[in-house]
Design a protein around this ligand. Structure first.
Ligand SMILES: [Zn+2]
Ligand SMILES: [Zn+2]
Length: 181
């Protein structure tokens, strides 16, 4: 179904309800696949200042745990909220007044696409840190072993790493001496 609405055809209100189609949710950590249909309901209501959009989006995505990279199911219960106001160039004062409100979108063509609002509503629902469990131990920083699965892990690579970093420290000292000398 289409999430484009011709605002000029709405006399009072219109309800759009259905499945939103999207391949994956584009986030900082990558484009995350959906585990459920994306169920959306939006009400578009004519108001004094423009059109008020309200609704919800429900689905679930798969996202890697921020610490250990295990795939985690993240439920999404997003709220869609926006006000669409026709852009009028002559009336700057009115625009400044509305600028203080959240989610004001100015339109020039009355046919608006609500897809971006739906995607935004999902993106803000994903926590900054997605954890497989609150006390996830993450990965060994030296060899990458999952520390949840190997809580008693003692790393052989840790020594190598320290030797390596000492080498760098030694080199840095030589460089410093050369520069000073
Ligand atoms: Zn984890
Ligand atoms: Zn290790």
């Amino acid at each position: 179904m289409s999430w484009k609405v011709d605002l000029s055809s709405i006399k009072k209100r219109r309800i759009l309800e259905g499945i939103f189609k999207l391949d994956c949710l584009d986030l900082e950590a990558g484009c995350m696949p959906f585990l459920e249909d994306i169920k959306v309901k939006v009400v578009v209501a004519k108001a004094r200042e423009g059109f008020v959009i309200g609704g919800y989006v429900r689905t679930a995505i798969q996202h890697p745990c921020t610490r250990c990279l295990t795939p985690v199911r993240v439920e999404i219960n997003g709220t869609i909220e926006a006000i669409y106001v026709k852009r009028i160039h002559e009336n700057v004062e009115r625009e400044i007044h509305l600028e203080n409100l959240r989610n004001v979108i100015y339109y020039t063509s009355p046919v608006v696409d609500l897809s971006d609002r739906i995607i935004e509503a999902m993106v803000v629902e994903v926590p900054q840190k997605v954890l497989c469990k609150p006390d996830c131990k993450g990965l060994c920083p030296y060899c990458g072993v999952n520390l949840n699965e190997h809580p008693d892990h003692v790393c052989d690579r840790e020594k190598e790493f320290l030797v390596g970093s000492n080498k760098f420290a030694a080199l840095a000292q030589i460089k410093k001496k050369l520069e000073e000398g």
